[in-house]
Design a protein around this ligand. Structure first.
Ligand code: NAD
Ligand code: TYD
Length: 351
């Protein structure tokens, strides 16, 4: 059982070892790079299964960094997670790994339950057994369900997940809170809105629209295009995770939002305009089943308690994102063609 002897993370200027799961995905790779730059004295271990969404090329530039280690493996593999945490003397876990795409969860929910619920439980249990100092669970605003035209999700909003993806994330949140309540595990949960930025897999709205538009292909908008999302630049999200990791209060949830609501159709029009592509590429397609109408985040708690605010304006964020996708055309083309998967098959098959 945990006691107060566990040192608050704020006192940590000492070298620490942080296990980041899912570090080869979109948010994970941005977060690993952010941490290596911000804390050169820390060691970062990245445990990633390299699913379709995990791409080693996302962290190619830091492969030789002595403070960074990659382990190919599954968060559901208890003995692997246990040996990593014990042998590498992990102080904190940031669980970014997940099946993350709502549409895929509608096609096949099983893997969402396996990874997002079962995998999180394995990590929590090992963390408890090894008396880990901090466990950060990266969650989503989708656990709160859907809003009407007004209001915003607060941390106290009841959970009402609507998609299998959101339900699996809500289940993981509840497990994490239960580990805090029952065992005293120092868990903190972050619930953020829709991220955008470099390295996002081109199945999510913004990178999909960019890739399709650059190929002069139709861009599919679900339903009437009036669904609203709040958009958060991934770099701002990484800063928030860092603050929650070091200063968040155990057992607490922190909402993270960009204060930046957009209707889908307006985002698509903006992307097309910036790429100098015609609106005639827009194609309205059959709506996603159970499509949540609107998300909006009240992020006043993290602002008040930890001093976090989003710092990148949407104008700048979208400009940086577009330039990244324009400059890394081979990255997304290799993904679309499936070619990138050969890269890590070649690299890791024999290991
Ligand atoms: P992503 O799909 O880009 O990356 C997920 C990563 O997890 C991949 O590298 C994948 O290989 C890895 N992974 C999947 N299953 C694994 C397993 N069983 N074991 C080890 N690794 C595994 O996802 P993302 O968009 O970077 O999202 C990261 C986290 O943030 C997720 O927990 C997601 O729920 C949450 N989130 C994302 C957004 C968003 O807008 N992208 C918004 C809110 C919350
Ligand atoms: P997405 O990026 O999948 O994130 P989430 O569903 O987790 O919010 O989708 C963002 C919004 O864009 C969502 O309302 C669904 C919509 N959408 C489209 O209209 N067309 C598309 O091709 C995709 C992928 C999403």
């Amino acid at each position: 059982m945990y006691t107060e002897r566990v040192a608050p993370m704020t006192k940590n200027k000492r070298p620490m070892t942080i296990l980041v799961t899912g570090g080869c995905g979109f948010i994970g790779s941005n977060f690993v790079r952010f941490m290596l730059e911000a804390y050169p004295q820390y060691s970062i271990v990245n445990l990633d299964k390299l699913t379709y969404a995990g791409n080693l090329e996302n962290l190619e530039d830091i492969e030789g960094n002595p403070s960074y280690q990659f382990v190919k493996g599954d968060i559901c593999d208890r003995s692997l997670v246990g040996s990593i945490v014990r042998e590498r003397k992990v102080n904190a876990i940031v669980n970014v790994a997940a099946e993350s795409h709502v549409d895929r969860s509608i096609l096949g929910p099983d893997i969402f339950v396996e990874t997002n619920v079962g995998g999180t439980n394995v990590l929590l249990d090992v963390a408890r057994e090894c008396m880990i100092e901090r466990f950060v669970q990266i969650s989503t605003d989708e656990v709160y369900g859907s809003l009407g035209s007004t209001g915003a999700f607060a941390e106290t909003t009841p959970l009402h997940p609507n998609s299998p993806y959101a339900a699996s994330k809500a289940s993981a949140d509840l497990l994490a809170l239960a580990y805090h309540h029952t065992f005293g595990l120092p868990v903190v949960i972050t619930r953020c809105s829709n991220n955008y930025g470099p390295h996002q897999f081109p199945e999510k709205l913004i990178p999909l629209m960019i890739a399709r538009a650059l190929e002069n292909k139709e861009v599919p908008v679900y339903g009437d295009g009036q669904n609203v999302r709040d958009w958060l630049y991934v770099g701002d999200h990484c800063r928030a995770i860092d603050l929650v990791l070091h200063k968040g209060k155990a057992g607490n949830v922190y909402n993270i939002g960009g204060n930046n609501e957009w209707k889908n159709i307006d985002i698509v029009r903006l992307v097309l305009k910036k790429l100098d592509k015609p609106e005639s590429l827009i194609t309205f397609v059959k709506d996603r089943p159970g499509h949540d109408r609107r998300y909006a985040i009240d992020a006043s708690k993290i602002s008040r308690e930890l001093g976090w605010q989003p710092s990148i304006s949407f104008d700048d964020g979208i400009a940086q994102t577009l330039s990244w996708y324009l400059a890394h055309e081979s990255w997304w083309r290799r993904i679309i063609s499936g070619e990138y998967q050969h890269y890590y098959r070649n690299m890791y098959e024999e290991r």
